[in-house]
Design a binder for this molecule. Structure first.
Ligand code: PEP
Length: 249
């Protein structure tokens, strides 16, 4: 049976009370479905509220949008992977394009974070993707491969099994311009080949970038997509509830 993962990235929205109110609406119409999972990535201050609210719900999980690589210490303003885990996170986004392009996170940083996340027994969701200029210069594969190599190149196959990769072209995030299913699938195939060559047999590869209720079915009809990572369109609990029910075979 096809497994699908729906990831909601709330970015810098929804504090603890708003997160609980959101989940009340979402859970009122949520029915667990075999083969489907829904993961929520709230801002750090709301991770515990989300994790607590969904703790008895099948198919749902809370994650953190970012962590620092050191487990603890004098790093004012940061949270670590063990702290995220203590708040109830089970997964962490790594290398989201806003981390890379707004906060200057480097490829080397993604490797340190990935290592810390695996050490804390959390699931890394590694985000990769090219800018518009890189795409137009025909560099998509080169950029994605460089990002994979930096973050995962030194990992053993057993560790790679635990990694989820999200292909998120930078030009598609928050712009209303999604990649076509065909274009996304081409890059997914390359990512899958790269992972398979290093011993990861059944990696999960998500597509992210302006996914919404209108285009989700068409994107998910492409079987290279093991799910979607959604920002803006995950902020309305009713629309998100409908999106995670999107028909796909
Ligand atoms: C994201 O935050 O990773 C994302 C894909 O955002 P959006 O769905 O708003 O493009």
């Amino acid at each position: 049976m096809r497994r699908l993962l729906f990831v909601a990235n709330w970015k810098t929205h929804l504090g603890p009370d708003e997160a609980r109110a959101y989940l009340k609406t979402f859970l009122a119409q949520y029915r667990p479905t075999e083969g489907r999972e829904v993961w929520f990535f709230p801002p750090a201050v709301s991770v515990e509220a989300v994790a607590q609210t969904i703790r008895h719900q099948a198919g749902l999980l809370a994650g953190a949008q970012n962590v620092y690589w050191e487990p603890k210490g004098a790093f004012t303003g940061e949270i670590s992977a063990p702290l995220a885990a203590a708040a109830g996170a089970r997964a962490v986004l790594i290398g989201h394009s806003e981390r890379r392009h707004v906060f200057g996170e480097s490829d080397a940083d993604t490797e340190r974070k990935l290592s810390a996340v695996l050490d804390a027994k959390l699931v890394p969701v590694l985000c990769v993707g090219e800018t518009l200029a890189e795409r137009e210069a025909g560099q998509t594969l080169g950029v994605v491969t460089r990002q994979l190599e930096a973050a995962l190149g030194r990992r053993q196959p057993a560790a790679l099994q635990h990694v989820t990769v999200a292909y998120e072209p930078v030009w598609a995030i928050g712009t209303g311009k999604n990649a076509t299913p065909h274009d996304a699938a081409d890059v997914h195939r390359d990512i899958r080949r790269w992972l398979a060559a290093r011993g990861a047999k059944t990696p999960r590869i998500l597509y992210g970038g302006s996914v919404n209720l209108k285009n989700a079915a068409e994107l998910l009809a492409e079987r290279e997509l093991d799910g979607v990572l959604v920002g803006g369109a995950s902020l309305d609990p009713e629309a998100w509830g409908a999106l995670v029910r999107t028909a796909a075979d």
